[in-house]
Design a protein around this ligand. Structure first.
Ligand code: ATP
Ligand code: ZN
Ligand code: MG
Ligand code: MG
Length: 464
């Protein structure tokens, strides 16, 4: 990429989240991730180029030096902070505006700093030789959210040990108009390691994707949340897209039957990718933390299974990092206050305690060497605060599963009815969206937590 010869016609709208807007290159497997800011907050958000570049470099450092060692080398791709010509960024912003979903337009793309994060496009497989002549690669994006129930003794509301945060948050979002329907997805099912539970979790994601599930084909998003979606029609369209990947071309199955088969095949491939690991060992999940009372799965399925994840599979790595939040926000808040008090008394220590970075190896050490018991020290408090922030990042990241079919095409039309040979797949699994969560947002997290819990108690358990 030649930064001085950037042309907006080489880039197109790819997607966006709450913090950033992503454009993809039409030729190369690259994306640019540009920051967004709220229109109400325009004054505060006009960073100078140097500030914005520093901010993006911080994201790169954090992903590389902190999240990568925790989540595993093989899942994380290096990004690079870049400075782009302002003219290019302005043209790009005009070009993508009409593609943006209305619900995201409360924020605007940063067109002032010219800074962006350049990343490999994970919805394409740039290094794969076999997919070129064959079918375009499929990519499944899952934003799994928090996969365990807190076991901290600081938790004051019993319900938090029974119903997971995602399921409680759903009720809150529905009441506040964020979504029109409840999702039946429960993260504890996905992280359970039990194939049956995982399959149902993915089925629920497909039925109501919200912002937790997307499918790309050849780099184009072909399935995601739509506000007034006609779910059944969408599912049929999706099955049409997937048919050539999962069903032999001469299959005689009728439409409805084949949609079911195709979606089921997709789910099985996702489950295998999520559980794939070279390590034969298992991580056993403690019984009390793997069952969410709000999950709609049959009770027997929840009860009679042994819960474990293959060690070092993507779910194991993400869950392990999420669990660094072992005090819960209720136990963390007093430690946050201890840090605040300390910073008031010794403002100069803000940098040596690495409150706002830099995200170096020694930041990671503060996380890994944090004492297990509270010895009343500032080091303990800072270590726990850092751990909490890292866990927050892991609760908010996305898993990308890129699938390519490889070879075996010739066998497809033969022996239709008996045992049609299925195309074989290769997949690669990555993790993205690994931004540091701001230290300052901890009080907000604490208030939000009690709002969500209180709302859940009021709306679902009238007798409490
Ligand atoms: P969130 O609101 O989840 O925090 P965000 O604003 O931090 O989101 P990202 O999740 O990083 O932004 O990016 C938004 C979307 O862009 C992703 O959900 C994904 O679909 C797409 N995307 C981001 N990075 C890449 C990449 N490297 N390759 C392909 N697609 C990407
Ligand atoms: Zn749940
Ligand atoms: Mg995201
Ligand atoms: Mg994010």
């Amino acid at each position: 990429m030649e930064l001085d010869k950037m042309d907006e016609n080489d880039w197109k709208y790819h997607g966006e989240g709450n913090k950033s807007l992503v454009v993809s290159n039409v030729q190369h497997a690259r994306v640019l991730r540009l920051l967004k800011y709220s229109t109400e907050d325009a004054e505060n958000s006009h960073k100078t180029t140097e500030q914005a570049f520093r901010h993006i470099q911080n994201i790169v450092d954090y992903s590389q030096n902190v999240m990568k060692p925790l989540l595993g080398e093989k899942f994380i791709h290096n990004g690079e902070a870049v400075k782009l010509p302002l003219d290019f960024v302005r043209q790009l912003s005009l070009k993508v505006q009409q593609e943006r979903p209305e619900s995201r337009c409360d924020k605007v793309m940063d067109t002032f700093s010219g800074c962006a994060l350049c990343l490999p496009n994970l919805t394409q497989l740039s290094s794969c030789c076999c997919c070129r002549e064959h079918r375009p690669p499929l990519c499944i994006e899952i934003k799994p959210k928090c996969g365990f129930l807190p076991s901290s003794r600081h938790v004051t509301k019993e319900i938090k040990n029974q119903v997971c945060r995602f399921c409680m948050h759903q009720h809150f979002k529905l009441a506040h108009g964020k979504w029109k329907r409840l999702s039946r997805y429960c993260p504890l099912d996905l992280f359970s390691g039990n194939k049956q539970r995982m399959s149902l979790a993915i089925k629920h994601l497909i039925e109501e994707p919200q912002n937790n599930f997307k499918i790309f084909k050849g780099g184009e998003c072909i399935y995601s949340c739509k506000d007034d979606a006609d779910v059944l029609q969408d599912l049929d369209e999706l099955a049409q897209h997937l048919r050539p990947y999962f069903l032999p071309s001469g299959s005689l199955m009728n439409g409805h039957q084949s949609s079911k088969v195709v979606l089921n095949e997709l789910i099985q491939v996702i489950v295998s990718a999520l559980l794939s690991s070279w390590d034969p060992r298992k991580t056993h999940l403690s019984e009390g933390r793997v069952r969410c009372e709000a999950s709609l799965l049959h009770r027997d399925l929840l009860r009679n299974t042994n819960h474990c994840l293959p060690k070092d599979c993507v779910l194991d790595k993400i869950l392990g990092t999420q669990m660094l939040d072992n005090l819960d926000i209720e136990g963390l808040n007093p430690l946050f206050k201890r840090v605040e008090q300390h910073l008031q008394d010794f403002p100069k220590e803000r940098s040596s305690l690495q409150i706002d970075g830099p995200y170096t190896h020694s930041f990671l050490e503060k996380i890994q060497k944090c004492p297990t018991e509270d010895d009343g020290s500032i080091e303990y408090a800072v270590g726990k605060v850092h751990q909490y922030r890292v866990a927050m990042t892991a609760k908010d990241c996305s898993i990308m599963i890129t699938i390519a079919t490889c070879g075996e095409e010739d066998g497809l039309d033969q022996s239709l009815e008996i045992q049609p040979s299925k195309p074989r797949f290769t997949y690669s699994v990555s993790i993205l969206d690994l931004d540091p969560k701001p230290y300052e947002s901890i009080p907000h997290q604490s208030r939000l937590d009690s709002k969500i819990v209180n709302h859940y108690l009021r709306s679902t358990l009238p007798n409490n």
